[in-house]
Write a protein that binds this ligand. Structure first.
Ligand code: TXA
Ligand code: MG
Length: 348
């Protein structure tokens, strides 16, 4: 029987964490909260555990896993060198929503890195995650705890929906803080490259590193441009509904969406709208879902995946979304939203 245990960062359940640690040390799988999204943890140094992670998620085995650590010193054992710029970035932003890619040491099995000679490493700040990693022996491989191709989980119930019957335990730490996966920076080439945008935005990276390169595949709507992060290449979450993002001046967007929604409802389709608390009063029909508040861009990031899951569960057939080019994390929010929409955009 799969176990779900609840705890908060303020009040850790040490007994449950010890049990979870034992499960992981024996090669089992435990889902746990981080500040970004829920992760599906397995011992990163145990090739069999990594294979189980791929099987549980239905993930292609050439898509590498991130190794999570909970002590800065533990980095040394799993990488072969730490470039000076990475050293600076880790001082500035670890623990936190940042993943860095290094050349790996022999300690890390190829099963964990999807056959690559590099390893992605993250030191999360969530206290539950840190305690669990330590109980498990220091190295947890953890992709997002969703079935491959579904939105990343931001609540324990999302993990249960996707993986409830495939894993040994879920630690429910409530809703995550950030709601988008970590920023990934690759340090295996001459200069650092951002492979996945996240809560740590470009300017926060550039404050520490000087100018950074962005993987051209992130910026391109053309899926033929190959990303260096295997996971960014796969067709990502596509909702069951046809999702279209409407782009243009903020003041013009609700009117355009009203028109599009009206057409679909007239034709008999179940139609949803992704909007914000500022605009939700502007939609007289359709299933309206406010994702958050424009004045608080973090609320938009936190609810994005939850809203997409909700529409899937409701059997909605068409979704029209406002666009959210918010000042700081808008780049990361729109990266995920446009992928979910298969880059279907209406420009007004
Ligand atoms: O916030 C996060 O990073 C969450 C939480 C659980 O920590 N984890 C997460 O893992 O998002 P996952 O597996 O869903 O995404 C990892 C991404 C994939 O796109 C993968 O291809 C890329 O990181 N990646 C991992 N190792 C890599 C490597 N050695 N070289 C290039 N890309 C790598
Ligand atoms: Mg993922």
């Amino acid at each position: 029987m799969m176990k779900i245990v609840q705890m908060t960062e303020k009040q850790l359940n040490i007994e449950a964490l010890r049990k979870a640690g034992e499960i992981l040390q024996r090669g089992g799988l435990v889902a746990f909260p981080t500040e970004t999204v829920y992760g599906l943890g397995g011992n990163a140094l145990d090739p069999e555990a990594s294979k189980k992670i791929y099987a549980a998620k239905g993930r292609p085995s050439d898509n590498p896993l991130i190794v999570h650590i909970a002590k800065i010193e533990d980095l040394l054992a799993i990488v072969s060198e730490i470039p000076e710029k990475a050293e600076r970035l880790k001082k500035a932003y670890w623990p936190g929503p940042l993943t860095m890619i290094f050349h790996k040491s022999d300690k890390v099995p190829y099963e964990t890195t999807g056959g690559l000679d590099s390893v992605a490493v993250r030191f999360p700040s969530n206290r539950i995650a840190k305690a669990l990693i330590q109980q498990a022996g220091g190295y947890l491989a953890a992709p997002s705890a969703n079935i491959s191709g579904r939105p990343s989980p931001t609540l324990a119930v999302h993990v249960q929906e996707d993986l409830g019957d495939r894993i040994d335990m879920i630690i429910d730490g409530g809703q995550v803080d950030i709601g988008l996966e970590s920023t990934i920076v690759d340090f295996t080439e001459d200069s650092p490259i951002v492979l996945r945008p996240g809560y740590l935005d470009r300017s926060m990276l550039e404050q520490v590193l000087g100018e950074v390169r962005i993987d051209h595949a992130i910026l391109s709507a053309d899926s033929r441009v190959r990303s260096k992060a295997p996971g960014m290449r796969y067709k990502h979450y596509a909702p069951q509904a046809d999702l279209v993002v409407v782009k243009g001046l903020e003041k013009d967007i609700p009117g355009k969406i009203r028109e599009l929604v009206h057409e679909k409802i007239d034709a008999g389709y179940k139609t949803g709208i992704i909007c914000t608390s500022e605009t939700k009063g502007e939609y007289p029909e359709g299933i309206i879902c406010s994702i958050g508040c424009r004045a608080d861009e973090e609320s938009i990031a936190r609810h994005l995946y939850e809203v997409l899951r909700k529409f899937d569960n409701d059997g909605v057939e068409y979704i029209y979304s406002e666009s959210f080019y918010t000042p700081r994390i808008g780049e990361a929010i729109m990266n995920r939203l446009l992928k979910a929409a298969g880059h279907e955009i209406i420009e007004i």
